[in-house]
Design a protein around this ligand. Structure first.
Ligand code: 6YU
Length: 497
């Protein structure tokens, strides 16, 4: 098939690249990507800390197994380590909770006994799994995940832990606050009070134990880009407005207006901008504006901030087998995941660290995780202030007043003008219909206007793998396939020449 229709893709993240790849391979002759920044990859972004390769954006392949297209591509390009490729690794079904070896430290400078903590962790994980079932039950006892967890945990703690001493019970409730902060990072939400309980179960996990890229996640982007024509992407070309339903134009139905005043006519545009950007700029990005039902879904879906703070040390203060470090504040038994005074105590939102492994490659590097408004505030501080606060935090939790990081590096996704946060989650009152609305092309069904003028891809448009790289990639393929089917239907319905 050779198709002359002109397709413009807005955004050169994995979804935009995937759409272009599929269209070019199907014979589309005029495909162009317009990217606001000077690079490809969007939220797949690899950087360095000293000599170490680190991820500023996406970290893991979630569920690396046959059904995961990112895993399949990474395997094909030879980007993964042998461990990740084994059938055992692919078959391991951990429902998104890798069984990492933890260390717990408390704000009074003690290393906590894992046995004291496990009952709280176990209860929390059971509740989270229960929370994901309301989606299929068609009813929810609470509007948000946070209220559900608190009310159930309170009740269960009163029953199950009635005979244990007050200090241990209190500590376990502090652990639940910590677990809520972990979930804020997983979901990219300010608080679990903002994550809808009814739609929480929409997210689906794939089998496979999450794995990383030894040479960096951007390897997938580089390999995909090398298969595309070199002039396909125009960098530093932000799109200001997509004019659709353009009855004045003679041939093409869409006109794309760029920040530098350049105007590009097209038959179809695939918009892949992040939901955070869409929330902020939808009123100027589309003319005419988005239909109301689509706009309501843009508003109902959540898009929050999750940032990383990498910290490198000369020697480790954690156990050799430790994979994750949790920091438990002993004054937080209210099962809250938000700090009362963001400016003074933003650091309390950082749940802890994942350990970069193997140490032979990375040395002693930790990746701190912090979500929400506290994370957005952290972005405004100078590097010195962040380093100082991290140093004080670690000294306090280890009880060692001399521990000093060698290097610190943080991400700043909220203040990235082309992302405006990290990734999407189902907000309160969300349902599967909202994700359907997100992916619905314009003009909507039933219209007599030229179909498929504006199509939507990007992680926030995937019905069950939103917030992931594989979800984003699949949406790019989905929208390309929509156009491919459209043109194959036209060509088969044409009379033979
Ligand atoms: C994953 C992971 N991961 C950590 C952090 C972040 C993300 N994700 P893009 O934004 O890439 O592309 C859009 C482009 O558009 C971009 O280049 C812009 O510059 C451009 N643009 C914008 N405006 C424009 C304009 N006007 N004109 C022109 N161009 C414009 N995913 O699989 N594993 O470990 C993580 C993580 C800190 C920030 C992640 C992870 C998310 C992915 O990175 C993200 O989904 C995709 O890269 C998005 O690709 P895209 O093409 O859509 O947009 C139970 C349950 C709960 C549910 N959640 C659980 C899942 C957990 C998800 N966890 C992620 C965690 C981490 C750590």
């Amino acid at each position: 098939m050779s198709v002359n229709a002109k397709v413009v893709i807005v955004g050169c993240g994995i979804s935009g690249i995937a759409a272009a790849q599929r269209l070019v391979n199907a014979g589309f002759q005029h495909v162009q990507i317009l990217e606001a920044t000077a690079r490809s990859g969007g939220r797949v972004k690899t950087g360095t800390l000293g000599d170490n390769i680190i991820e500023i954006g996406a970290n893991w392949i979630h569920g690396p197994s046959e059904e995961n297209p990112v895993f399949c591509l990474a395997r094909q390009y030879g980007l993964l380590e042998p461990d990740a490729l084994t059938p055992e690794n692919q078959a391991m079904d951990v429902e998104g909770h890798p069984p990492w070896v933890p260390n717990f430290f408390s704000s009074s400078g003690r290393k906590l006994n894992a046995e004291d903590i496990y009952p709280a962790q176990e209860m929390f994980l059971e509740l989270m799994s229960e929370g994901s079932k309301f989606e299929s039950q068609g009813g929810e006892p609470w509007a948000c995940v946070g209220d559900f967890i608190r009310s159930e945990a309170e009740q269960q703690a009163a029953e199950k832990w009635k005979d244990i001493d007050a200090a241990t019970r209190c500590l376990r409730l502090c652990v639940i606050s910590n677990m809520l902060k972990v979930e804020c990072c997983v979901n990219g939400a300010h608080s679990m009070d903002e994550v809808g309980l009814g739609a929480y179960g929409l997210y689906k996990t794939l089998p496979g134990l999450d794995c990383t890229f030894p040479g960096g996640y951007e390897g997938v982007i580089k390999n995909l880009m090398s298969e595309l024509p070199s002039d396909l992407v125009t960098y530093n070309r932000p799109v200001r407005c997509v004019h659709w339903n353009n009855t004045e134009m003679e041939e093409n139905s869409v006109m794309i207006e760029c920040d530098d005043e350049k105007k590009i006519a097209a038959d179809h545009v695939i918009v892949t901008v992040p939901l955070g950007y869409l929330k902020k700029h939808h009123s100027t990005l589309f003319s005419p504006p988005l239909p109301l039902h689509k706009l309501h879904s843009v508003e109902r879906l959540g898009f929050g901030t999750n940032n990383k703070i990498y910290v490198e040390f000369d020697s480790p203060w954690w156990d050799a087998d430790c994979e994750v470090i949790y920091l438990v504040w002993e004054d937080e038994d209210g099962m809250l995941d938000q700090v009362p005074d963001v400016q003074r105590s933003w650091i309390k939102k950082l749940f802890g660290f994942t350990v970069l492994k193997p140490s032979e490659r990375y040395g002693h590097v930790l990746c701190g995780w912090i979500a929400g408004h506290e994370s957005e505030y952290m972005e405004t501080l100078s590097e010195q202030e962040v380093t100082h606060t991290m140093t004080q935090l670690i000294r306090r939790f280890t009880g060692n007043p001399t521990v000093t990081p060698r290097r610190v590096l943080r991400s700043q996704w909220f203040h990235d003008p082309w992302t405006c946060g990290s990734y999407s989650y189902p907000g309160k009152g969300c349902s599967a219909q909202d994700l359907e609305n997100m992916m619905e092309p314009l003009p909507t069904k039933g219209s007599l206007l030229q179909p498929l003028q504006v199509l939507f891809a990007g992680e926030a448009t995937h019905p069950c793998y939103y917030s992931t790289v594989h979800g984003a990639l699949l949406t790019g393929w989905r929208e390309a396939d929509r156009l491919i089917s459209h043109y194959s239907a036209i060509s088969t319905s044409e009379p033979p020449k």
